[in-house]
Write a protein that binds this ligand. Sequence first.
Ligand SMILES: Nc1nc2c(ncn2[C@@H]2O[C@H](COP(=O)(O)OP(=O)(O)OP(=O)(O)O)[C@@H](O)[C@H]2O)c(=O)[nH]1
Ligand SMILES: [Mg+2]
Ligand SMILES: [Zn+2]
Length: 317
Amino acid sequence: MKGTVYKSTGSWYTVKSTEGTFYDCRIKGKFRIKGIKSTNPIAVGDEVEFEIDEAGDETVGVIWAIEARRNYIIRKSVNLSKQTHIIASNLDQVFLLVTLNNPKTYPVFIDRFLATAEAYGIPATLLFNKIDTYDMTELGEVKYLAELYRAIGYTCIGISAKTGKNVDQVKILMNGKTSMFAGNSGAGKSTLINAIEPRLEIKTAEISEQHLQGQHTTTFAEMYDLSFEGRIIDTPGIKGFGVVDMKKEEIGDYFPEFFALKGDCKFNNCLHLDEPNCAVKKALENDQVTWSRYKSYVQMLTGEEENYRTDLFGEKK
Ligand SMILES: Nc1nc2c(ncn2[C@@H]2O[C@H](COP(=O)(O)OP(=O)(O)OP(=O)(O)O)[C@@H](O)[C@H]2O)c(=O)[nH]1
Ligand SMILES: [Mg+2]
Ligand SMILES: [Zn+2]
């Protein structure tokens, strides 16, 4: 039988068969997927082949094959720095929920996320959530950020998952697609899914008063069918996306506004650092490229990752 993985807890997988029945499955043997050292061999979104094993009264599926992935989003594993964790695969698009505070989403986090999506060729949209809580200054900041990222080519929407403001616009974008919501813990991913599909009643939780951060309420990625055409994947809050094995010369290509200028750099392998006649540096001086984007780029390039590595993924306490 063939099916799609809707949930994975590491030892159990929920698979929806092509006929539309859900099965609890385990995996058979070891899956080694070429080129990826991952802590989870099978992820949400994977297309798999499985067979039904009748053990006594129990019906258990056994996954024995996985189809090639169209794409996937990963994060680095917490303890095994060389290993990666696949968050989800076979995505049509990804949405990043950005919040100015409670929790604060840092620009470098946004830029890493966008570069990761570019690297895997997945269209990305930024959702500035919790706009019901912002004062004029903060709304101005949202406007500034939205304009910055729109100028690069990303769709940006200011929303409130709580009041439902502009959620319709998100629904329109989700129509007919498999989407993933990503963002820091507490940014409102699960709340937004509930706003879109109230019957799902996904668990959400208040921001911790002590740390002004989310509490890692969602612990496993899970896919849900929507009542309109489309599927959504809720994911646990993460602090960083891993772009593993990205070559130095490649990173600039995942910053679309840099990539557009690359042809005007003197050297075709220009890293936009100290090379002479660099079009990106020139654009930076003319304010056509923003410093925040450039800073994120340099940080990714120089592997200034200490914080990023150690601060990667707050495990459920
Ligand atoms: N005021 C306001 N609160 C919101 C909004 N969206 C989410 N929240 C609140 O933020 C808190 C965290 O929301 P969750 O949906 O649990 O966040 P999450 O991104 O799923 O977090 P994790 O599962 O931990 O990754 C909850 O108390 C929500 O009610 C919003 O638009 N406005
Ligand atoms: Mg959640
Ligand atoms: Zn250059």
